[in-house]
Ligand binder design. Sequence first.
Ligand SMILES: *Cc1c(COP(=O)(O)O)cnc(C)c1O
Length: 369
Amino acid sequence: MLLTPGPTPVPEFVRKAMADITIHHRTPEFEKIFKETRELLLEIFDMPEAVMLASSGTGAMEACVTNLTCKKALTINSGKFGERFGKICKSFDIDFVEIKSEWNTPVCVDTVIDTIKNDSDIDAIFIQLCESAGGLRHPVEQIAAEVKKINPNIMIVADGITAIGVEKVDTSNLDAVITGSQKAFMLPPGLAMIGLSNAAVAKIETNAKGYYFNLSTEIKKQKENTTAWTAATTLIIGLKEILSHIKNNGGFEALYENTALRASATREALKAITCEIYPQTPANAMTTIYTEHAPAIRKILKTKYNVNIAGGQDHIKNLIFRINHMGLVEDFEASWVVNAVELAMDELGLREFDGTANKVFAQNMFKGK
Ligand SMILES: *Cc1c(COP(=O)(O)O)cnc(C)c1O
């Protein structure tokens, strides 16, 4: 059972759709598939423009930094992925300031506002909706609304790789929203997507940079249902399959509701067996537990109960474990995981097993439905 917060398992119907012969990307057949996929993407982003890039999510992060910053970037670093925006700026010699916090701490809205008020060079803000390093939800929509009141020309770029497809994100004040194939969309890695506002498209037209990740070239081509370079045809076919499946089986809203309920039932179940939730503001993409026994618990889960969950990185590598909620996860899978954690804690002598986790999970999951 693969329950890591990316990569997530690829459903059988998607694997089957991607197993067909590879079609040429410059054909009416593929253009039709591209157009349908693009329309589904525009719907899920709820934004006027979107592009698909053949790269992992980091490629889209890089494209947004280079194409949407003219003078100076503000990057929000509460974890590995926020830190990455700063590293990208550095590698391109783009001037940037960073607001750094511990990995369990969301950025403070007032700190962001003070920073942009005191530095008029800042013309783009880069932040994660969910910072996957600790499973943390940043107050992105609030920041975006406040910043736009002060200066509507500042671009708000949100990395939504573990948020789009997990929850309904209010994109009305966001200029670019990034996502990738291997998390909530349950595809193999290799496809990145960016939703764009009209203001972002306008800025890109005058500021486009780079060659492969030149977003102006991509927007021009993708409006015509083709791509600048060879499209990741197989992954785009997979994306169309998963998005239309979700749309035709209850819709995106039902998926968001189910994910939120499963995430809160998991948190309640683990809290009931004395687990400590790591982030101050947990996102629904994953549940992150803080414990020095994380490596031992993960090992027992993998070897005895056939569940693969993730650990941490860097300074909290051995201090957290993360359980995925993204994608089409069955209720019984989540229920099995909390049960397995309780059994592992019993084996480690931390707490005697009495079935509390599973009971609390079921009460929250099914009474809530
Ligand atoms: C996974 C992830 C990325 C992208 O990483 P890639 O390995 O380049 O796909 C970026 N941001 C967040 C928040 C992520 O979880």
